[in-house]
Design a protein around this ligand. Sequence first.
Ligand SMILES: Nc1nc2c(ncn2[C@@H]2O[C@H](COP(=O)(O)OP(=O)(O)OP(=O)(O)O)[C@@H](O)[C@H]2O)c(=O)[nH]1
Ligand SMILES: [Mg+2]
Ligand SMILES: [Zn+2]
Length: 292
Amino acid sequence: MSMILDGIIDCLICDTENPAQQTLCVKCSAPLALVTSTYGAKRDPQIVTVMGDSNVGKTVYLGFLLDMLSLRANQFEAVPKGAYSVDLQQTVISYMAYRMFPPKTPVEANQWKWSYYEILQRESEAAKYVDLVTPDLAGEAIAAEVASPSTFRIIQSLLYKSSAMLLLVDAALAASGSSQPDFFGLKMLSYVESMLPAGKKGRTLIDMPVAVVLTKADYVPACFDDPRRFAEANLNRLWNMCESRFSTVEFFASSVIGSLAYAASDEVVTPIPLHTALSGILEPFEWIIDQL
Ligand SMILES: Nc1nc2c(ncn2[C@@H]2O[C@H](COP(=O)(O)OP(=O)(O)OP(=O)(O)O)[C@@H](O)[C@H]2O)c(=O)[nH]1
Ligand SMILES: [Mg+2]
Ligand SMILES: [Zn+2]
């Protein structure tokens, strides 16, 4: 549990001691507001990390997810803790309102947007509270860390502290025959396995819940019908790794797009989201909450 003592703040993510006047952790760049706003909370914050290659749709997915939660979709109610928590959702919604996708996430950790929400899930019988902390990571940073561990230490620290992971995989790319998404997923999970504390390794399966989210499923509607089958057929390496090393995995299909247009200029083709139609955004998250 992080602490605030004598003008020193221990970072929520990497436990480094920071002088209280800092806004970002000197070591990992996580906002220290995460500590000040979770300090004294009734529950320990749960960190859920969204992983995935560059361009799979992490920023778009997370922005819409947080927005749906704060619009009280299904039985959820979410309250942002600190105005900084709203930045990601606002950026994504504003861009999409102008029929543009948000820009690529910069690789520098001090530019990442973090969100901290108090989430209430009202089920018929009982209410469940979860304090959710989640950063919007850059895919390039994730790829660099997975390729040679410790280039982005913050990703390692995050995984240690994470209660669950959403692994985003580009379904459209996989369906087109590219092996890149499959290899990336396989590398990611073997990285997760190697990073877990020694005691958790060995014969036992890894029990961190992993929701594999197949993004851009609007390009591959079959994906919605049976995401597990799609993954087994098109992401077989990743699928096998899940089967043999992880005890709690589920597959989901998601899309934020109703229809797309394309604008071409100088050989650069830009997709233009004509209207948003969200599907499969909340389901993986609901599943994660049920596992916590
Ligand atoms: N068709 C379709 N395209 C999508 C969808 N979501 C994202 N995209 C496309 O994928 C691109 C990348 O989305 P981002 O959310 O920026 O990807 P990211 O994973 O955050 O990428 P990095 O920031 O580089 O790590 C967008 O610019 C869109 O072109 C979707 O649901 N359907
Ligand atoms: Mg991004
Ligand atoms: Zn830190």
